[in-house]
Ligand binder design. Sequence first.
Ligand code: AMP
Ligand code: MN
Ligand code: MN
Ligand code: MN
Length: 275
Amino acid sequence: MLRYDLHCHSTQSDGLLSPTALVRRAAERGVDVLALTDHDEVGGLAEASAVARELGIRLVNGAELSVSWRDVTLHVLAYRIDPDCPDLLEGLASIREGRTARARRIGDSLATAGIPDAFEGALKFVTSKSLVSRTHFARFLVEAGHVRDVKEVFQRYLVRGKPGHVEHRWATLKQAIDWIHVAGGQAVIAHPGRYKVTASAMRELLSEFRELGGDGIEVLSSSHTGEQSVEFTRHARAFGLLASSGSDYHGPGESWVDLGDMPAPSGVDPVWKDW
Ligand code: AMP
Ligand code: MN
Ligand code: MN
Ligand code: MN
């Protein structure tokens, strides 16, 4: 059986490893099929594909799109997209566009809470132009000694109700699915267990996603508990969605689940069924 990891990040977004280093690590760890899914960005795929070809592993052209649904931020994974598709590239650029202005507002919010110069601090960690994310703020907050690690940041800062949180409108769910489909890919809801929504809102989300043509949900994720994996496997079957699995690896020392460490879905059709 092949080993799949369909969710990870490189320095093209908020990962710590270059596309080359990431693919090498995946190959060393026995991954057969790796999807590089940088946030709102496909700029690492060419490099990753070239290295994957050299090492004899399969690279899936992916991305992770930021979406606003109701008042919730969702992430939608794209698999097997054409990275040169103009509609997709334009869509991704439009999502990235708002990030810098948002980062300034995050900096202002942290300043109000007594943490100055966070915008400049976060920029020092940015490795891809116009792709400043909360992860970069998190690294700054750790470096400046405000928290112990990145995980703790997201308990005390940058999330709703805490300093450094700002509202932001990303793409709509329909836009994200349409861009992915125009680019020939599959659209998959990332780590559904992470969204703070009621059980009925989750069912509404999944049925709306399905109606819009969405293809799958990530049932196995480093963000999920065992119970959540079981719950979302059941949801995948009930809503006629394919099931995906990924580590969401961001780099050594920051991700406790390494590349290739998530098992394959069971009792449900995997997203790679027809690959
Ligand atoms: P952004 O797209 O700028 O809102 O940043 C979101 C990123 O922050 C995610 O992709 C993760 O890398 C990171 N993140 C969000 N929540 C957490 C969390 N609870 N623990 C660790 N990292 C998180
Ligand atoms: Mn991330
Ligand atoms: Mn995500
Ligand atoms: Mn991710």
